[in-house]
Design a protein around this ligand. Sequence first.
Ligand SMILES: NC(=O)C1=CN([C@@H]2O[C@H](COP(=O)(O)OP(=O)(O)OC[C@H]3O[C@@H](n4cnc5c(N)ncnc54)[C@H](OP(=O)(O)O)[C@@H]3O)[C@@H](O)[C@H]2O)C=CC1
Ligand SMILES: O=C(O)C1=N[C@H](C(=O)O)C[C@H](O)C1
Length: 265
Amino acid sequence: MTIRVAIAGCRGKMGKEAVKTVVGQEGIELVAALDYKHVGESLAELEMFPADLDVPIYLDLSQLIEETKPDVLIDLTSPHAVYDHVKVSLLHHVRPVVGTTGFTDEQLEELTQLAQEQKTGCIIAPNFAIGAVLMMKFAKEAAKYLPNVEIIELHHDRKLDAPSGTAKKTAQMIAEVREERKQGHPLEEETMAGARGADFEGMRIHSVRLPGLVAHQEVIFGGNGQLLTIRHDSFNRESFMDGIVYCVKKVMELEQLVYGMENIL
Ligand SMILES: NC(=O)C1=CN([C@@H]2O[C@H](COP(=O)(O)OP(=O)(O)OC[C@H]3O[C@@H](n4cnc5c(N)ncnc54)[C@H](OP(=O)(O)O)[C@@H]3O)[C@@H](O)[C@H]2O)C=CC1
Ligand SMILES: O=C(O)C1=N[C@H](C(=O)O)C[C@H](O)C1
């Protein structure tokens, strides 16, 4: 069976790479694109895509779904757009595979419930790179023994959300095995706001944004006279593509929302 896929955000850094990947994939067919520019045109008319890529561009997701009947919607857009896309998609029983980050906890809860009610699979993966997923799993394991931990995530300076979805998910996974505790000196004070980073159950998260970076993270554990650093680097967007293909196939077997690729490996 061929899986019919639509991509939202196809002009973006991730979207462009995803279009290239999906088009070359056996058993997957790209049937539509969702964008708010070039509406009514075809991807073939955009300079960045091959001239024979005859894939229609829609503004309205419901219309896209009714006319092109995708099985899966890959969302690689923005924190402002993604929640609505996932909701509309689930209401139409189209399975979302979501790379976009920046969900609130409330949005994740609502979408989890909606996917369950609709009996429709959905994968929200803060990071599609297998190395990053392993970094998160290893960090969770290490935190059982070394509960003093800080996360430093480093990204390109076009990123909209901070901390990154990966850093937030790492902290959540660590929190499953680490009791909430304040770190550092009990009387420490910030003499400059933000100096100690964001506070997640006492863990500190630091976000670096610089041109030249892609997506990187260090999880640093401190113990008596020792330090453990777990680091992952994505040097390009290709690093995420195997994960996207895996999720497109996997979501076809699901009837509920899965948050994080570590839960389906
Ligand atoms: N899970 C993972 O492994 C990864 C996740 N990401 C996440 O994926 C998302 C996209 O990243 P990236 O490609 O770098 O970002 P880009 O800004 O390069 O791409 C986003 C694209 O989505 C478009 N867009 C914005 N709003 C809408 C909308 N309402 N409908 C359709 N298209 C829209 C943008 O158009 P325009 O620019 O014209 O506004 C742009 O073309 C981010 O949230 C990022 O954090 C990124 C890498 C890996
Ligand atoms: O915006 C990005 O680039 C990335 N976003 C995701 C995140 O917020 O964790 C995944 C990866 O880090 C790249």
